[in-house]
Design a protein around this ligand. Structure first.
Ligand code: MN3
Length: 210
């Protein structure tokens, strides 16, 4: 078994009322669990692939044999995306919410005008991602950029993902991330989601990515 499902860094109910416990349980155990299981099945017995990190695997999909490339793209992407997603969230008012600080706040202000303008642009991109996918804040050529990808594509995949860079913040806009509580009201999920963003963690990822 090359990859394992990481534990959540908090309880299923920690992100209430923004993200309900039932959604977190199904999302982590069911969806993320399945990505890990299917990724392991796809690369089973291929020791050169099993030795890589998930990030390295999806960063060079051309090196993955063609018969399992789509499986690695979807499930490796799913594993990397969700592993980041759990890390950059925290309980509202207890690590979640507020505003970015330090170097990240300075870069956001420099590249987008203000934190408010950044949030508005990011939310707009997330709202407009048709169907399933992710909205991203990435570092690209020394600057921050906002974009989105379809399905479980990750900006580390490069041009194949349609948007590339080093991810700093990712937002899951698959219906499985919000449907139990918000149903078809994706804009309500997007507006509430800022209350659970762990800016301390995002700032650490930004510093490492820069
Ligand atoms: Mn998901």
């Amino acid at each position: 078994m090359a990859f394992t499902l990481p534990n959540l860094p908090y309880d299923f109910a920690a992100l209430e009322p923004v993200i309900d416990a039932k959604t977190m349980q199904i999302h982590h155990d069911g969806h993320h669990g399945a990505y890990v299981k299917n990724l392991n099945m796809a690369i089973a017995g291929k020791t050169s692939l099993e030795a890589k990190t998930a990030e390295a695997l999806i960063s060079n999909l051309a090196a993955v044999p063609e018969d399992i490339r789509t499986a690695v793209r979807n499930n490796g992407g799913g594993h990397v995306n969700h592993t980041m997603f759990w890390q950059i969230l925290a309980a509202p008012g207890h690590g979640g919410g507020g505003e970015p600080t330090g170097a990240l706040a300075a870069a956001i202000t420099s590249d987008f005008g203000s934190v408010a303008e950044f949030k508005a642009k990011f939310t707009d991109v997330a709202a407009k991602r048709f169907g399933s996918g992710w909205a991203w804040l990435v570092v690209k050529g020394g600057k921050l950029a906002i974009g989105s990808t379809a399905n479980q594509d990750n900006p580390l995949m490069g041009e194949i993902a349609g948007f590339f860079g080093k991810p700093v913040l990712g937002l899951d806009v698959w219906e499985h991330a919000y449907y139990l509580k918000y149903q078809n009201r994706r804009p309500e999920y997007l507006a509430a989601w800022w209350q659970v963003v762990n800016w301390t963690k995002v700032g650490e990822i930004y510093s490492a990515a820069k």
